[in-house]
Design a protein around this ligand. Structure first.
Ligand code: ADP
Ligand code: MG
Ligand code: ZN
Length: 618
């Protein structure tokens, strides 16, 4: 919008300038035509500069090239090879010849100066406009002054409080101290107790970090200044730092207050460590400004900085020093009880039918975060609207869960041949998953195309899993290779459908060899950084990295052999499962185990589940 406006202004101005200073009356004609007119004796005077000629005719002529109207002023260009005796002809006819630039002659010195400066002036103008717009942020007009940062207004009764947060009680408990301090800072001052100046919330996306920060402000009933770190990064160096200064100044004015800086890792990455191109200086300056502001706190102003990040591991250590973000709180995805509580919060305004059971839903949603659960409830509500019900029932919830876990159904008519191949592919994943001792049970298999996948096999763990054994990881690799192996066993050819399987396999195998010390040859060291985008080559010697690669290859090759061998041995079960899948299209846990003829060994009373994952898509 702004750009279009600027372009328009530039266009208008340059148009204006041109019509002022140019010679718009002159019609460009060919040199031949000029010669014709000259020979007819129809020219009164000419100006020439080099080979460019402008002049005036005695009597008007129709414009060339069929254009409408007539002209008397003309311009033309004399070709350098023209061997005519132009000067003699001109003299003969007594035509007045002026051999200076028509431009200089018609324009004053001032106009010329202006014209030559015009492009530069325009550029500066654009630059200033852009700069204003950038630093102005939302709400400030193209030319308007930037408004100082404003706290999110305290709307009584509508503010977020701890009642809106569930499933992360231990985090809440840590933050109540902060709330208490903000409520009566005098108490703390009297006893000389210093509060943490910065609280860093770290955890996966969607676990409620932003929500918590708001809730702290809501509970303490203090102004809440919220900024996303990426907002500070501007094209113009220095703007970020000055915005930080303003933000802190405003907060001090209304203290006690909370400053919330979201996604602090965008500016708080380790300095000097491979952080994107451009904006590097800006990032550093902004970060330094934040640190300086926090160092400037005497500790009794009552301004507390809360920052959030998904990537605490990449943060600059300077941020974590005492006196800065020294209170670090990890926010994890909720456990089962937590999930039930979060579901309860998000269904407060959703009418539920009598048959709904949030406890059951909490049980089958291991690893889901608060945001995902909120989304799940919303999807169910949308379904209920679509189905013209007046309450959300159990079927809406389970359909919504299927959509969230497996992806939306894609209306895609597959040829029978492809369906069969997909059925075998998914059966391969599923059967190997069932046969691996200690592997996560298979929850659902489908050959209905969903999302980007042609089929999905979903297996989620039965219990909490916070660490993994080597046999378990090998089982995961074997299961993920199962689709490819089944295609190999049944058809003898492999299709492109296994790409995402292989990505998963590669990640696990590399991790085993290069990060978790599961390879004798590489040894007990971490050669591959957890940060996949990080500078890969810098972490270990090239020979070590070669060894990691070779070991990962060996592990995968062994697992693939196992997968092919197992499926060849169990061909009857594979065929039976694929047939059942072709028939029903989607099999749930019980039906799948029955069709494959594999006894379901797991104990149904297992309570807690974590880390859901859709292992293996076709
Ligand atoms: P993060 O900042 O950690 O990425 P958010 O705070 O933005 O996550 O969470 C997004 C939404 O998910 C929240 O607005 C809320 O609706 C829901 N949510 C996340 N965690 C929780 C929780 N613990 N309790 C209740 N709702 C939650
Ligand atoms: Mg957030
Ligand atoms: Zn697959």
């Amino acid at each position: 919008m702004g750009l279009i406006l600027t372009a328009l202004v530039v266009f208008l101005i340059s148009d204006l300038l041109l019509s002022f200073f140019g010679n718009p009356g002159a019609t460009t004609i060919s040199y031949t035509e000029f010669n014709n007119q000259l020979n007819k004796g129809n020219i009164t005077k000419i100006y020439s500069k080099g080979d460019a000629i402008e002049g005036t005719l005695k009597s008007a002529q129709p414009k060339p090239d069929g254009a409408k109207g007539e002209y008397t002023d003309f311009a033309t260009q004399r070709p350098s090879f023209a061997n005519d005796n132009l000067w003699a002809t001109l003299q003969q006819q007594g035509i007045e010849v002026t051999a200076t630039s028509p431009v200089v002659q018609q324009r004053s010195f001032l106009a010329n100066l202006l014209l030559s400066l015009a492009p530069m002036v325009l550029l500066i103008l654009i630059w200033v406009l852009l700069a204003r717009r950038m630093s102005g942020g939302l709400g400030a007009g193209a030319l308007g002054r930037k408004a100082p940062p404003k706290p999110v207004v305290a709307e009584a009764g509508k503010r977020t409080t701890f009642a809106d947060v569930a499933g992360i009680d231990e985090v809440e408990a840590e933050l109540t101290e902060v709330v208490d301090f903000l409520k009566n800072p005098q108490q703390y001052r009297k006893l000389g107790a210093k509060m943490p100046r910065g609280v860093l919330l770290s955890g996966p996306p969607g676990t409620g970090k932003t929500l918590l920060a708001r809730a702290v402000a809501g509970e303490a009933n203090v102004p809440f200044f919220s900024a996303s770190a990426s907002e500070f990064i501007e094209m113009i160096v220095g703007v970020g730092a000055s915005r930080v200064r303003e933000l802190f100044a405003e907060a001090r004015k209304v203290a006690p207050a909370i400053i919330f800086i979201d996604e602090i890792d965008t500016i708080g990455r380790q300095r000097g460590a491979g952080g994107g191109m451009g904006g590097h200086d800006e990032r550093e300056q902004t970060l330094n400004q934040i640190l300086t502001e926090m160092d400037g706190f005497t500790g009794s102003e009552g301004v507390i900085v809360i920052a959030a990040t998904n990537r605490a591991d990449v943060l600059d250590p300077a941020l974590l020093r005492p006196g800065r973000f020294d209170r670090r709180i990890t926010v994890s995805p909720p456990d089962r009880e937590g999930r039930a509580a979060i579901l309860a919060i998000h269904t407060r305004t959703v009418p539920l039918a009598g048959d709904t059971d949030l406890g059951r839903l909490a049980k089958v949603t291991p690893g889901m975060t608060g945001a995902e659960l909120a989304n799940l409830v919303n999807e169910a509500a949308l379904l209920a609207v679509k189905r013209k019900q007046d309450a959300v029932n159990e079927r809406d919830l389970s359909d919504a869960l299927e959509k969230v876990q497996l992806g939306a159904v894609r209306p895609l008519v597959m040829p029978q041949e492809e369906r069969e191949r997909t059925a075998y592919h998914e059966s391969g994943h599923a059967l190997l998953g069932m046969l691996q001792p200690g592997a996560d049970p298979v929850r659902k298999i489908t050959i209905v195309p969903r999302g980007r996948a042609l089929g999905v096999t979903l297996s989620t763990p039965e219990d909490d899993r916070y660490s993994y054994t080597e046999p378990y990881l090998r089982g995961r690799i074997i299961g993920a290779l199962g689709g490819m192996a089944a295609e190999q066993v049944v058809y003898g050819v492999i299709t492109t459908g296994a790409e995402s399987d292989l990505e998963q396999v590669t990640n696990i195998a590399r991790g085993m060899a290069g990060r978790w010390g599961m390879s004798e040859r590489v040894g007990r060291l971490t050669a591959v950084p957890a940060d996949a985008q990080g500078a890969y080559g810098l972490s270990a010697a090239p020979t070590t990295l070669d060894a990691v690669d070779e070991e990962a290859r060996r592990i995968v090759a062994e697992c693939y052999d196992d997968a092919v061998r197992l499926l060849t041995e169990q061909r009857a079960r594979l065929d039976a499962l694929a047939a059942a899948l072709l028939e029903a299209e989607t099999l749930d846990e019980e039906a799948a185990y029955r069709a494959a003829g594999v006894p379901r060994k797991a104990s149904e009373d297992a309570s807690e589940q974590a880390s859901g994952d859709a292992s293996g898509e076709a």
